[in-house]
Design a protein around this ligand. Structure first.
Ligand code: AKG
Length: 313
């Protein structure tokens, strides 16, 4: 896909960054600018083969559309589990405000110690191999992007990934598949997912062809365009590590009246005990006062989940 020479398509569309550009400084600047202004951007020519993305969508769609209830039950999140992994259905609840109407499946992809294959669908049989290969590719992409974001903060390429997310042995990558069945009456009034910023740090998202993702900027909602060659990158709350330089983007999803929307999201999270605080302090560069109080990632998750439950009650 072609993009303009300055690497970004001008507002009001979400910026698109062409990762194949040989001028890597230009790429890095485009990633940093989009993260500062939007907290979201789309990448093209990202080196993840399109056949692999198609297979990822195929095996995930198979699970949601062709599996028996017993197969879904087999990977369901146990009642009262503190772990998010597993299948949960929420799409059929009564239409009320402030409720996400989406079914989802979570399972960890990395590090190996975090993987629990009980939550990986057995059917279709190629589900595991496809997800493992996609995880390898998504990790490469995430680490490349974090490298540019680190440099944008004046840090070493590895700083955000190693000091912010715990590095290769501790950073947790999770697959989340969202399944939004069509919603008939008043679909334009019902959201699939309520406005939120992501609890985790970085999101790598590919949807099916049904539109629905919207991001908030300058007091308005923007539709995020779909194109099969695009991967969406969103910054989540732990990007506070940039001391407010990069945005954690507010986003939501709408529902379609006729068709099912799906999205495949790889989440990158710090370990629970990692303290989220401005990373610049590691460089001894103390000239910028911290804008956020340090908090462990685990405390942040607990606080946010508690707030969400309170808003519902
Ligand atoms: O389905 C989408 O496009 C967005 C998903 C999302 O925001 C989430 O899973 O937190």
């Amino acid at each position: 896909m072609e993009v303009e020479r300055d690497q970004t398509v001008s507002s009001p569309t979400v910026p698109i960054v062409d990762l194949s550009n040989l001028d890597k400084e230009l790429v890095a600047r485009a990633v940093v600018k989009a993260s500062q202004e939007w907290g979201v951007f789309q990448v093209v020519n990202h080196e993840i083969p399109k056949e692999l993305i198609q297979s990822l969508k195929k095996v995930g769609t198979h699970f949601f559309e062709l599996s028996s209830e017993a197969e879904k039950e087999a990977v369901a999140t146990p009642a009262n589990s503190k772990d998010i992994q597993g299948y949960v259905t929420n799409s059929q609840q009564d239409v009320e405000d402030k409720v996400d109407r989406v079914d989802h499946l979570f399972h960890n992809l990395s590090p190996p110690s975090s993987i629990d294959y009980r939550y990986w669908p057995k059917n279709p049989p190629e589900y595991r191999q496809v997800n493992e290969e996609y995880a390898r590719q998504a990790k490469k992409l995430a680490e490349k992007i974090l490298g540019w974001l680190s440099e944008g903060l004046g840090l070493d390429r590895e700083a955000l990934f190693n000091q912010g997310f715990g590095g290769g042995k501790k950073a947790v990558y999770t697959m989340k598949i969202n399944y939004y069945p069509p919603c008939r009456p008043q679909a334009n009034l019902v959201l699939g997912m309520q406005p939120h910023t992501d609890i985790h740090g970085l999101t790598i998202l590919v949807p099916n062809e049904i539109p629905g993702l919207q991001v908030f900027k300058d007091d308005q909602w923007f539709d995020v365009e779909y194109n099969p060659s695009i991967i969406n990158i969103l910054m989540g709350d732990p990007i506070w590590m940039s001391n407010g330089k990069y945005k954690n983007v507010l986003h939501r999803t709408t529902l379609n009246t006729e068709k099912t929307r799906m999205s495949w999201v790889v989440l990158l999270k710090p370990p629970y005990d990692m303290v989220i605080e401005p990373l610049m302090k590691h460089t001894g560069d103390g000239d910028e006062a911290p804008k956020f109080k340090p908090i462990t990632y685990g405390e942040h998750v607990e606080r946010k989940v508690r707030d969400k439950l309170q808003k519902r009650s």
